[in-house]
Design a protein around this ligand. Structure first.
Ligand code: RIB
Ligand code: CA
Length: 320
């Protein structure tokens, strides 16, 4: 069993990741922190409660709200992809009697900050806690700045972010999570704790088509199936118009699979840096992934290949 803390900016694919994590007995979710990214952090926290409300939970991980702004840059959000509320506008969906179709979970948000919850968990589970980041790395960088000694005891950090041998998804050269806070990403990657990265190079290999989503969920009337069909409409429409197919990439689900089923993923050692000063290249993750160019001082493992169909089958098996 692996103890994890999830740092998230829900986002539709964050919801897929959180559902998969909750349905993975290999993972013990000790805490969830929210961060600004797809949506402002207050909305991210509301979205997390909506996501947890979809699951019929008796007990909840500790939840705390994290940073509202990146370390240096102005916040850039992605409502155009994930819908105004960040969850395909499901927070507005109502039943015929006017009640919320997906009411928030009945659990408290901790009074301590996301950064302090990260530090509390890192010190409670030294050499054991794994942090899984599904959004910008602002909370992690601030926790390192606040108490590096506690953060050095992390077992590892699994990051959805970056792009190396493909184009970016927010600029030509940058992936969203890193682009939003490149300064935080650079500080985290240089910190020295083991880092495992799921970049777009890997997440783009896992294509969830609308046809597959509906084939899996149309026969079901449970809350998760209904929620995921509703929540994905906006982003699948965005993909149809701007990416060229009806469906989308479940980026954030991959880190959960990398923890529970590493056999589906192939990674290489790399020395990863982040461009923080560039104009055209701001937020670009820079590393030489060529096998013959093994770095003498790798700071990360970068996932380059995924058994995509096996992982998708695994995903749906866990969610049914
Ligand atoms: O680039 C994809 C990443 O940015 C995902 O985590 C998505 O949720 C957004 O945060
Ligand atoms: Ca995310």
């Amino acid at each position: 069993m692996q103890r994890i803390l999830i740092d998230t900016d829900p986002g539709v694919d964050d919801a897929f990741a959180i559902f998969l994590a909750m349905r993975s007995p290999e993972l013990q979710i000790e805490a969830i922190t929210t961060v600004c990214g797809n949506v402002p952090v207050a909305q991210a926290t509301q979205n997390l409660l909506t996501i947890l409300g979809v699951l019929d939970l008796d007990e909840f991980p500790t939840i705390a709200e994290g940073e509202a702004e990146p370390l240096v840059k102005q916040l850039v959000t992605a409502a155009h992809v994930h819908g105004e509320d960040g969850l395909g506008n499901t927070s507005q969906h109502r039943s015929t009697d006017g009640s919320l179709l997906y009411p928030p979970a009945n659990t408290e948000i901790a009074t301590l900050s996301g950064v302090d919850l990260i530090l509390e968990m890192a010190s409670r589970y030294p050499d054991e806690l794994i942090i899984v980041t599904l959004g910008p790395l602002t909370n992690i960088a601030k926790a390192i700045r606040k108490d590096a000694a506690k953060m050095r005891r992390l077992r590892k950090i699994v990051v959805m972010g970056g792009v190396f041998e493909e184009y970016g998804n927010v600029t030509t050269t940058a992936e969203f999570n890193i682009f939003v806070d490149p300064h935080a990403a650079q500080e985290v990657f240089q910190f020295g704790v083991p880092i495992h990265i799921a970049p777009l190079d890997a997440t783009h290999q896992v294509v969830l088509t609308g046809e597959r989503l509906h084939a899996e969920f149309d026969q079901q009337e449970d809350n998760i199936s209904n929620f995921l069909k509703d929540a994905t409409q906006a982003c699948m429409e965005f993909y149809r118009r701007h990416v060229g197919f009806w469906g989308f990439h479940i980026h954030d689900a991959l880190p959960m699979g990398m923890l529970t089923h590493p056999e589906y993923f192939e990674s290489v050692d790399a020395y990863v840096q982040v461009e923080t000063a560039g104009t055209l290249t701001n937020g670009m993750t820079v590393a030489d992934l060529r096998r013959e160019r093994r770095p003498p001082n790798p700071n990360a493992q970068v996932c380059i290949k995924v058994a995509a169909e096996a992982f998708l089958d695994h995903f749906f098996k866990r969610l049914h």
